[in-house]
Design a protein around this ligand. Structure first.
Ligand code: SAM
Length: 232
């Protein structure tokens, strides 16, 4: 699949306005629970600095600011997703504690060891060079710092998998089109999830890039998966 930064930027620029509506509808609001649990897994404390990579419309940044009196930097390729993020952050716990930056998560301007924690939700699947992203995140994390990765996966239990695949392949793009007014982003969502590596492969990739694996666990029958990597 073509995941070059320019292609991703323009895809997400086009869907920014309807992105939150689509998420809430397609996940039946369960994404909020997944996000809350992912941020909790970092154990953020007051005064710490958190990097939200591929921050999109800032749901994770806002959740982190809600859970602790921390400072959050959100980075994303898409100016339009960031426009929504800035507006939402103004009306949230993030208000004076989050800053947003347009840029590529594989090449950030941050100094070595400048963050206590990092996170990426539903973003790593869209990154062309995942190894670069992991190495860059490792660089900007402090020793002992945690990196939470939340990403879609496919259920392993056969019956649940079949039902889910039917929904995902046949129904999701049409619901997405009805909610968001365009089908193309949801065809991309479907294809990119079906094409994405399974948890065991992503676990190996995390280890190969110099992290320890602190947590690896499925959410909601394996519809998505949380990985918490730790810089030694
Ligand atoms: C599916 S959205 C996820 C947004 C948000 N994290 C969430 O949980 O809703 C994927 C985001 O990844 C961003 N993205 C893709 N590749 C990126 C990269 N190399 N660097 C930074 N952001 C990237 C896109 O612009 C998009 O906003």
């Amino acid at each position: 699949m073509d995941k070059r930064p320019g292609v991703m930027r323009s895809l997400f620029d086009r869907m920014a306005e309807s992105y939150d509506r689509g998420n809430r509808t397609l996940s039946l609001l369960i994404d909020r629970l997944w996000r809350r649990r992912t941020v909790s897994a970092l154990g953020i404390r007051d005064g710490e600095r958190v990097l939200d990579i591929a921050t999109g419309t800032a749901d994770m940044a806002i959740e982190a600011a809600r859970q602790a009196d921390c400072r959050v930097a959100g980075i994303d390729l898409s100016a339009q997703m960031l426009r929504v993020a800035v507006n939402k952050a103004q009306r949230s716990a993030c208000r004076d504690r989050c800053a947003f930056l347009q840029g590529d998560g594989t090449r950030t301007p941050f100094r070595d060891a400048s963050f206590h924690h990092a996170m990426i939700s539903f973003g790593i699947r869209n990154v062309q060079d995942m190894d670069s992203l992991l190495r860059e995140t490792r660089r900007v994390l402090k020793h002992g710092g945690r990196f939470a990765i939340l990403e879609f996966s496919l259920p392993e239990t056969p019956v649940i998998r079949e039902v889910y695949l039917f929904y995902f392949k046949r129904i999701l793009p049409f619901i997405g089109a009805a909610v968001a007014g365009r089908k193309e982003p949801y065809v991309y969502l479907r294809d990119s999830v079906l094409d994405f590596e399974p948890p065991v492969a992503l676990e190996q990739r995390i280890l190969r890039n110099g992290f320890r694996l602190a947590v690896s666990r499925p959410f909601t029958f394996g519809v998505c998966h949380l990985y918490v990597a730790q810089k030694p």
